[in-house]
Design a protein around this ligand. Sequence first.
Ligand code: ZN
Ligand code: ZN
Length: 410
Amino acid sequence: MHKKSANSQSVGVDTDMDSAEREFQNAAINWIPAAVLLTTPLAAIVITPWYLMTHHVSMSVWVMFIAFMIWTGMSITAGYHRLLSHRAYQAHPLVRNFLLLGATFAVQGSAFDWASSHRDHHRYIDDPLKDPYSVKRGFFFSHIGWMLRNYPSRTQDFKNIPDLKRDKLLQIQHKYYGLWVLVTNVGLVAALGWLLGDVWGTLVLVGLLRFVLTHHFTFFINSLCHMFGAQPYTDTNSGRDNGFLAVFTWGEGYHNYHHFFQYDYRNGVKWWQYDPTKWLIATLAVVGLTSNLRKVDDASIRHAEVSMQFKQAQQKIDLLARHKFHFSQTVENVQARVQAEYAAFTQTVEEWQALKMKTVELKKDALVDCLHEVDKKLKAEYTKIERKIIAHEHNLKTVMRAIRSKPQRL
Ligand SMILES: [Zn+2]
Ligand SMILES: [Zn+2]
């Protein structure tokens, strides 16, 4: 009886899944975005080389092309993404509005549409039915396919952006979005061309080519940054860190970090990683135009990295053991040393959790004015924990070096 009800329950779940998938497959075509997304790349590929071969384009038009690439591209990364979708920092109205105008030029939907889809992307990452640009449906879908039809994974109720819905300017941008796009991308670009003395050259480069490149550089984040690259922080989702893609995406190629620590205003968290969006936000903070930059603490970042390194080390040992490789030391020996180091690492993590609890307790009793005193007092203890985590990482690398040296099959 019990078995039968369990079976009928699972049949019920299957039927729900099937009907959800059927609804997905039968989604209606999104005509205007589909027409724009499919024709503009072709137009750019045909028109740009032809125009450049048959016309002279002045230096001032090229400078404007580069300036618009930077402005509109970073208005998506610093504006729509890190400011509006993640609230990773606060911006002076001047900066906020400048980024909002740039993002409107980028033609990637209203701020409501963009941020709502993006918050769902983080919440339901990799779910083929709920992540709006799930890479589990393949490269094309996650790149542009998800915008070509009215898929049910794109919610229209905006329940997940109550903070943005209260903003009057964003309401206006959403309501008259089509008009804004025409005024900026056709009207203002043509006016700029008139000022530069080359309307057609400006329309081709600053209008068409910049528009298509900015589109696809952003789309790379949803497609390629979920397919190629390293997973130094987590393997629980498809986000990848890819320094090469960071160059095209204004620093958003460090997508594994971003999916693990989404509220951090940085995506490339190491000082040497190329993240111009981070540099822009930090520079504006120096002159008071951005504030409350949210950062994940160093110990949490190290903890994620070292946890992942232990996991990857274990996977490597399992793989080598399965294929019967032998080394300067036996796999068993390496395995035992990794396990001992992992036990020590777990102990450090427990000390760290206890320190975090102690911080919460102390802050509860402290006066509001003295909260930073608590942080200052415990800073040395946090630094000690971080050093210990770094030592575990070092020890793990030393142990694993033994199996890096010329493994041979038995
Ligand atoms: Zn993503
Ligand atoms: Zn994000």
